[in-house]
Design a binder for this molecule. Structure first.
Ligand SMILES: Nc1ncnc2c1ncn2[C@@H]1O[C@H](COP(=O)(O)OP(=O)(O)OP(=O)(O)O)[C@@H](O)[C@H]1O
Length: 745
C-alpha cells in the first residue's frame, strides 16, 4: 500500500509531470510537422512521376544526391501512406522513449520518421534499434537507463509512465508513474482489442521477432497475450520481409466472425492493412463463395471434423448422383453390332478412374475409357472402320451422351455433401466407417442443414464444420464453373448475407487467382492460426491448401480445446511441421484475469486436464468471484440482478456467457429485462464457444453444468468461459446441481 503523500509533494509531482509532458509534447509536435512536410513532398514526388528520375537522371541531380533524396522521399512516402492507415482514434504515433548511457535517447513509434538530414526522429517499433525498449530488464538493462512510455491521444501527450532500469548509473532523469504495464492492464476494455505496442514484455517480444521460416508455435494459458502477440508478429514479419509477404500475402485465421471483429483494429493501428483476416468458417469462401458461423452440436461436430470423413467423401463422389440402378447402362449400336456396358462394369470403371482423376476435370478421359472398352468388344476385323471412325459413331449417339451424363455428371460440392442427409445411402457407402448411431447423427444433421427449399426456415444452412468438408470435396472433384457455385451457395444460404472481413489484399488476390482455374484456392506466404487447438483434422487440410508453400505461426492452448480428440489434432500438426524448422514460445504470465478469478478457473480445469499450462496472474484485485444460484423459472430475474451488480462494479464491457440450450430463452427475454436494457451498450450475450479469445471486464457465466454437457470440450470450454474476465467474475448456477466443476472448488 502506498504511503499518504504530503500536499507539497503531490504539487511537486504534478508540476514535474506537467514539465515532462510539455517536453515530450515538443518532440511529438516536431514529428507531426515533419510528417506533414514528408506527406507534401511524397505527393510531389508522386505527381512529378518517378519516370523523370529514371529516364532523365543525369539532368536532375548527381547520382548520390539522387539516391539519398529518393530514399528519403520513398521513406517519407511509405510513412505517409502507412500513417493514413492508422486508426483515427489511435493512441499516438510516438509511444516510447529510451534514455541510454552516453546521454543518447531514442523515440519509438508505430512507424519510423526521419528528419531532413535523414536522422531518425522516431524509430519503427519493429526495427532492431527498438529492441531494447522491449527486452531491457533491471537484470540486463542493455545500456538503457530509463524506459518511458508516452500515453497519447492522437497527437497530444496525456500521460507518462517510467521504468528505471539501471540504477547503477548516476542520473538526474526524473522517474514518473508506477509502470506502464499495470496502468494499461487496469484500464476498462472496449468491444475491440487494442494493440500493446507500448508495453510488449520481453518474453512476448521474443515470439514476435522469431524468424520467418518454418513453423512458430506460440503456446501459453489463458490471457497470456497469445493473440495479441501473434498479431504483432504479423506486423513484424511484414516489416522485416515486406517484399515477400506483401506479394505472397499473410492470412490470419480465428475461430469466429465475432472474434475477427474483435481483433480487426489491431493491425491497422500498427499501420498495416495488407493482411487478410478470416474466420475458420470463411476460409474457403475463395472456392465456395460462402461464409458461415453456425456450429453443430457436439456429436455431429466431432464426426464432421474427423479424418474418417475423408474416405466417406471419396466414396460419395464415386457413387453416382443418380440412383445407380441396374437400368443404367451404355448401349450403342455400331454397324449393326449392339454393344453394352452394364451398371457393374461402369461402377468399377468410375472407381478406378477416380483414383487418379478428378471428376470435374476428367469427363473426356472417362468418355475415352468407355469408348475403349466398347471398341475392345467390337469385332473390328468384320467391319471396315478404324478406331477414330468407331468413336465418331459412338459419341454421336444420343443414348451414349445420356448415359455419360448420368454416369459422369459435373458435380458440385454442396450437392454431393447434401446427400449425407440420406441415411440409407450413408449405410451403403459408410457402413464400415461409422456405426449406426454415428450415421444417424450425421444424416440428422444434414437433414436440418439442407432441409427442403430455401424458404424453409428449418434449413439451418451449412455449419462451420461443413465448410471443411465442402472444401475437401472441391479438392476431390475439382472446381465447378464459378457461376454454378455462386448459384449453389446462394441457394444453401437461403438469402443470408455472407459475413466476412475482406481487405483490399483479399479483393486483389481474388482477381488474380480467378484465372488459375486448376487450383482455385487463394494461397498465402504466411498463415497465422489462432485458437489452433480447436482446428479439426479436416479443417487443417483446408488450411494447408491455402499455404502449400507457407511458413506458419500457430497459436493455441490445449487446455481450452473444444475438440474432443486432441491427439488426432496433434498428429496433424506434427505432419504440418514435418521436417520444417520450428520453434515454440511459451508465454507464462496472465495479463487478463486477476489472480482471484484465475485461481477458481484453475481449480476447475486441473482435475480433468492435469497437464494444463497454468499461467501466473500478474494482477490481483482482492475481489473474489461470486457464486449465485437460481432455479430455471427464476433465471431471467436472477440474470438481470447479477448484470446490474456487475454494471455497478466495472466500468467497461460485460459478457453474459450462456450455454446453447438457454440461449434462445435469454436472447428472447433480454429486451424485457430492465437491467440488461439499461446497460445494453456494454452487455454482450454469447455462447461459450463464441466467447473464445474474447474478454470482458465483468463476466456472468450462466449454468456451468449445461456448458459442460452441451459442448464437445466439456470442462475445457467451461474453463474458457471462466477465464474471460479482466475484473470480475460471477457464476450463476441454474438448479445448483453438484457438477464436477463445483466439487473442485
Ligand atoms: N504486454 C502487454 N501489455 C498490455 N496488455 C497485454 C500485454 N500482453 C497481453 N495483454 C492483454 O492481455 C489480454 C489477453 O491477451 P490475449 O487475448 O492476446 O491473450 P490469449 O493468450 O490469446 O488469451 P486466450 O487464450 O485466453 O484467448 C488482452 O487484453 C491483451 O491486450
Amino acid at each position: 500500500m502506498t504511503e499518504p503523500q504530503h500536499p507539497d509533494e503531490t504539487t511537486d509531482q504534478q508540476a514535474l509531470l506537467e514539465r515532462e509532458i510539455a517536453l515530450e509534447q515538443r518532440h511529438v509536435d516536431r514529428v507531426h510537422a515533419q510528417l506533414e512536410v514528408a506527406t507534401a513532398s511524397a505527393k510531389q514526388v508522386q505527381a512529378e512521376g518517378q519516370s523523370k528520375f529514371v529516364t532523365d537522371r543525369g539532368n536532375w541531380m548527381r547520382e548520390e544526391d539522387g539516391t539519398a533524396l529518393f530514399e528519403r522521399d520513398a521513406f517519407a512516402f511509405q510513412a505517409a501512406k502507412r500513417l493514413a492507415v492508422l486508426d483515427a482514434e489511435h493512441e499516438g504515433l510516438v509511444f516510447g522513449r529510451l534514455d541510454l548511457r552516453e546521454e543518447e535517447h531514442r523515440y519509438i513509434g508505430r512507424i519510423g520518421v526521419r528528419d531532413d538530414d535523414y536522422e531518425p526522429l522516431v524509430i519503427d517499433w519493429r526495427a532492431p534499434a527498438a529492441e531494447p525498449f522491449y527486452r531491457a530488464t533491471a537484470n540486463n538493462p542493455m545500456d538503457v537507463i530509463r524506459r518511458r512510455v508516452l500515453r497519447c491521444r492522437n497527437d497530444k501527450v496525456i500521460g507518462i509512465e517510467d521504468d528505471l532500469l539501471d540504477d547503477s548509473v548516476h542520473t538526474d532523469l526524473p522517474v514518473i508513474g508506477e509502470g506502464a504495464l499495470m496502468a494499461a492492464l487496469s484500464r476498462a476494455r472496449g468491444h475491440q482489442m487494442k494493440d500493446i505496442v507500448a508495453t510488449i514484455q520481453a518474453q512476448q517480444d521474443e515470439a514476435i521477432r522469431a524468424p520467418y521460416q518454418g513453423v512458430t508455435v506460440i503456446a501459453g494459458g489463458p490471457g497470456t497475450g497469445k493473440t495479441v502477440v501473434a498479431l504483432h508478429r504479423a506486423a513484424y514479419l511484414l516489416y522485416s520481409n515486406r517484399k515477400r509477404l506483401e506479394k505472397g500475402g499473410v492470412l490470419v485465421v480465428g475461430p469466429s466472425t465475432v472474434f475477427m471483429n474483435y481483433i480487426e483494429r489491431v493491425l491497422p493501428s500498427l499501420g498495416e492493412d495488407s493482411v487478410t483476416l478470416k474466420s475458420i468458417g470463411s476460409v474457403a469462401s475463395d472456392v465456395l463463395r460462402t461464409a458461415v458461423d453456425r456450429v453443430d452440436g457436439a456429436e455431429a461436430a466431432t464426426l464432421k471434423g474427423s479424418l474418417r470423413m475423408l474416405p466417406l467423401l471419396k466414396r460419395l463422389v464415386a457413387s453416382p448422383m443418380v440412383e445407380y440402378d441396374e437400368a443404367l447402362q451404355v448401349r450403342v449400336s455400331v454397324k449393326g453390332e449392339v454393344l453394352t456396358l452394364k451398371a457393374d462394369k461402369l461402377r468399377r470403371m468410375r472407381s478406378e478412374l477416380l483414383a487418379t482423376h478428378r471428376n470435374n476435370k476428367s469427363r473426356e478421359v472417362a468418355e475415352q475409357a468407355v469408348v475403349n472398352s466398347l471398341w475392345s468388344r467390337f469385332p473390328a476385323d468384320e467391319h471396315d472402320i478404324d478406331r477414330d471412325q468407331f468413336e465418331e459413331l459412338v459419341t454421336s449417339q444420343a443414348s451414349f451422351q445420356m448415359a455419360m451424363n448420368a454416369w459422369w455428371p459435373k458435380l458440385s460440392a454442396p450437392r454431393v455433401l447434401a446427400r449425407c442427409a440420406d441415411a440409407e445411402l450413408l449405410g451403403r457407402v459408410a457402413g464400415d466407417l461409422l456405426d449406426e448411431r454415428e450415421r444417424r447423427v450425421l444424416a440428422d444433421s444434414f437433414a436440418t442443414t439442407v432441409g427442403g427449399d430455401e424458404d424453409d426456415e428449418r434449413s439451418a444452412g451449412w455449419s462451420v464444420a461443413d465448410i471443411a468438408l465442402l472444401d475437401e470435396l472441391v479438392s476431390i472433384i475439382g472446381p465447378s464453373p464459378r457461376s454454378e457455385e455462386r448459384e449453389e451457395s446462394l441457394f444453401i444460404e437461403g438469402g443470408e448475407a455472407v459475413q466476412e472481413l475482406v481487405t483490399t489484399a483479399d479483393i486483389l488476390r481474388d482477381e488474380r487467382e480467378e484465372s488459375l482455374d486448376d487450383e482455385p484456392h487463394n494461397t498465402f506466404a504466411h498463415v497465422l492460426v489462432d485458437e489452433a487447438q480447436d482446428i479439426t483434422p479436416m479443417q487443417w487440410r483446408m488450411l494447408r491448401r491455402r499455404g502449400p508453400q507457407a511458413s506458419w505461426t500457430l497459436v493455441g492452448d490445449p487446455a481450452q480445446s473444444s475438440w474432443p480428440v486432441p491427439a488426432e489434432t496433434e498428429q496433424v500438426m506434427k505432419e504440418l511441421i514435418g521436417s520444417a524448422p520450428h520453434r515454440t514460445f511459451r508465454l507464462t504470465k496472465n495479463y487478463r484475469s486477476p489472480a482471484e478469478v484465475f485461481d477458481l478457473a484453475a481449480k476447475v480445469i486441473t482435475p480433468v486436464f492435469p497437464e494444463a499450462d497454468l499461467p501466473e496472474a500478474v494482477r490481483s484485485t482482492g475481489n473474489q468471484p461470486v457464486l449465485a444460484v437460481t432455479d430455471r423459472d427464476g433465471l431471467m430475474d436472477a440474470l438481470g440482478e447479477q448484470v446490474a451488480t456487475l454494471a455497478e462494479q466495472v466500468d467497461g464491457t460485460i459478457g453474459i456467457i450462456v450455454p446453447p440450450n438457454l440461449m434462445r430463452q435469454v436472447r428472447r427475454n433480454a429486451s424485457q429485462q430492465q437491467q440488461i436494457v439499461a446497460n445494453l451498450e456494454r452487455c454482450v450475450v454469447v455462447t461459450p464457444l463464441e466467447s473464445k479469445g474474447l474478454e470482458y471486464d465483468g463476466v456472468l457465466v450462466v449454468s456451468p453444468d449445461d456448458i459442460v454437457e452441451q459442448t464437445p470440450g466439456r470442462e475445457r470450454v467451461l474453463y474458457v468461459a471462466l477465464t474471460r474476465p479482466t475484473q470480475r467474475l460471477t457464476i450463476l448456477d441454474v438448479d445448483g446441481k453438484p457438477g464436477a466443476w463445483r466439487r473442485a472448488l
